[in-house]
Design a protein around this ligand. Structure first.
Ligand code: SIN
Ligand code: MN
Length: 205
């Protein structure tokens, strides 16, 4: 499938071993001292994921980044692990782009998880204008990822994101609408011991 300029799909980028290690780290973080939670967004709707922000917290009420989770429990966002950052920056480089990630949004999707079409546009104007990429890593069950245009009504392509895939969107694709229409249950590699899906999106504020 032909992707637009600035979008790169690196299928099976992570080895099974790297996936296993990263999934275990994600699980530990999600159930750690600063746990993942289900954000309630502006308008009062619950998101269909469990979310944990690392490095900076994305506030689902204000759509702004902050250091403590004022929309939930006022705990500080845990730091972005240096190994996570190195992985993401390296993936951007592999895709021919430059990222100095300072935050990651880690989401867990159960079998009913999904995410409506949206733009990632809450990072700094400088980062968005420069087209600094978002790097996405998927683990566990396959997702039906939707990738559209710069307007909500533009046509979307459906891209299956499988465990170990990376997807990068920067440059002229940085503000493309995207979302997850569904999770394909029981498609995770069994050795991950994961029901559902983790997705990590790395950004540079
Ligand atoms: C996101 O857009 O924040 C998540 C995308 C995904 O789960 O693949
Ligand atoms: Mn997004």
């Amino acid at each position: 499938m032909d992707l637009p300029p600035g979008a790169v799909h690196l299928a099976s980028h992570l080895t099974p071993d790297a996936q296993r290690k990263l999934a275990a780290e994600c699980r530990a973080l999600m159930d750690g001292d600063v746990p993942a939670y289900v954000p309630v967004v502006r308008g009062g709707g619950k998101m269909h994921v469990r979310m944990l922000c690392l490095g900076r917290h994305w506030n689902g009420q204000t759509y702004r980044y902050e250091s403590v989770r004022t929309d939930f429990d006022s705990l500080p966002a845990p730091p972005l692990p240096s190994s996570f950052k190195a992985l993401a920056d390296g993936i951007a480089r592999t895709a021919g782009m430059t990222l100095d990630a300072d935050l990651c949004i880690l989401n867990y999707y159960d079998a009913d998880g999904r995410m409506g079409l949206h733009q990632d546009k809450d990072e700094s104007p400088g980062s968005l204008e420069a087209g600094v990429p978002v790097v996405s890593i998927s683990l566990g069950d396959t997702a039906r990822f939707l990738f559209g245009g710069l307007r909500r009504k533009d046509p979307v392509m459906a891209i299956p994101l499988q465990s170990g895939d990376a997807f990068v969107f920067g440059g002229p694709s940085r503000l493309r609408y995207h979302g997850v229409s569904r999770i394909v249950p029981d498609t995770a590699p069994p050795e991950l011991g994961l029901h559902g899906r983790f997705n990590l999106t790395f950004r540079q504020f």
